[in-house]
Design a protein. Structure first.
Length: 127
């Protein structure tokens, strides 16, 4: 089996496990997909995520464009939810934005500088 096929099968397995876990948790708890639950999960896990990302960066095994796409998707999620889009649909929109960024390998430079420019232009209206 070629190396790329082995990697794709591993990624597919992880995606199936992730989707299965989300579906199971959503069926077991009516508040699992609630905004407050996601906020609580992020608050409880942010320190662990920072340490894990720092270790990966120190080892030199990260492409920073992935982190930029992740931040971009989080901003898309927040903007969509703030504009009145239901939270479940906002998650789908954010995942689609992340998928587009990762599929076409959006360079981190474009996201960082583009985000800074757009942020500067919108700053007077955001508060």
């Amino acid at each position: 089996m070629p190396e790329w096929a082995r990697e794709r099968s591993w990624e597919l397995l992880l995606a199936v496990i992730l989707v299965g876990t989300i579906v199971y948790n959503a069926t077991q708890s009516p508040v699992y997909l609630d905004v407050d639950n996601f906020v609580n999960l992020f608050r409880l896990s942010i320190e662990k995520v920072i340490v894990a990302v720092a270790i990966v960066i120190i080892n030199g095994e990260i492409d920073l464009s992935v982190a930029s796409v992740m931040a971009f998707a989080a901003c898309v999620l927040a903007a969509a939810h703030e504009s009145g889009v239901p939270f479940g649909l906002a998650i789908v929109i954010a995942l689609a934005a992340a998928g587009v960024g990762l599929r076409w390998r959006v360079n981190a430079t474009w996201l960082v500088f583009g985000g800074a420019i757009v942020g500067r232009l919108l700053w007077p209206w955001v508060s």
